[in-house]
Design a binder for this molecule. Sequence first.
Ligand SMILES: *[C@@H]1O[C@H](CO)[C@@H](O)[C@H](O)[C@H]1NC(C)=O
Ligand SMILES: *[C@@H]1O[C@H](CO)[C@@H](O)[C@H](O)[C@H]1NC(C)=O
Length: 341
Amino acid sequence: MIFKVLLPAANILQLDFVSAACSEFLQKQLNASNCLGIRAFADLHNCTELLSSSEALIKKQFLEVVKNDEFLSLSSDDVVKIISCNDLAVPYEEKVFESVIKWVKQDLDQRKDVFSELMEHVRLPIIASRPDILLNIVNEPLLKDNLKCNGYVSEAFHFNLRKSFQYFTIPQTIRCKPRQFGDSQKVILMFNLYGTSPKCYTEWYDPVTKLRKKAPGINDCRKFAGLCVLRDQFVFAVGGVNGLCSQSVSMLDVSSQSPSWVPMANMVVKRLQLGVGVLDDCIYAVGGGVLHNELSSVEVFDVSIQKWRLVASMSIKRCNVGIGVLNNLLYAVTYNIIYLF
Ligand SMILES: *[C@@H]1O[C@H](CO)[C@@H](O)[C@H](O)[C@H]1NC(C)=O
Ligand SMILES: *[C@@H]1O[C@H](CO)[C@@H](O)[C@H](O)[C@H]1NC(C)=O
């Protein structure tokens, strides 16, 4: 590449516009098969922007990048630098393990001594939730022969055994933390409706790893409760306890270190099969009740004073309500039940 000559010359001569043009050109060329080389080049010639965009691409296209010979000729420090990134885009952690093995085996004699240093950054505990995959990995001779790596393997097995009953309290190393990339920071809280009385079990679901994990349960069965999320952080379960009408409200702060459901102020009216919606930082509990005894009343939870108060009722009674928010308006929708005899 002519640029490999031109850029250093431009730097020496302090021809800023030439080096800017070189950087810009390389920036456009960046792809999974050349980004490691361009990264090294940008690093050598102090091209900050080019450096950061090549590093971003390496993380984003890691699975493609490791297929290239460029990867196999990296130094161990460079490999560590990449695989220690928390936002490395790998849906499956075993891909990191495989890339480490491939890199080491490229020059076994020289590289086997740094193997455990690399394994320090492979998040085996994350793989442990799929035991068949972990068992495959554990059979790798390089791991078996290495004392420090044996430690990482047993950490992974222990983590998996303990997390089912004390997920949020086990001491966590960086290896126990799922990588977070793209939009994967979000988890969905799922409630199972049936067969859980008298408790309500909840789960975290990670759409990227497709793994489900136990989340804090509620002590009441929340069948027919209304659910909503406030400020992307607080999950509310409103009314409907054990299939009966209830005024009670529970809240889970998902940002807390060890989240658990806490009771909040009761609603004014007992409700089940209600609709719940969030508008302007307030929670609305709408209608509810049982067939032939439906409610038209609506109440709102004002977060600043942590109290419920009744607001204008709906014109008709509704239970099994669906709530939608559009253009700062709250809509309550119900379906008509048709009876056939
Ligand atoms: C990446 O870009 C280079 C030019 O820098 C090109 O030769 C190569 O074919 C490209 N590779 C892919 C996979 O697009
Ligand atoms: C890059 O920057 C460092 C310090 O900021 C300097 O010592 C070095 O000479 C620079 N390299 C080039 C190629 O400009």
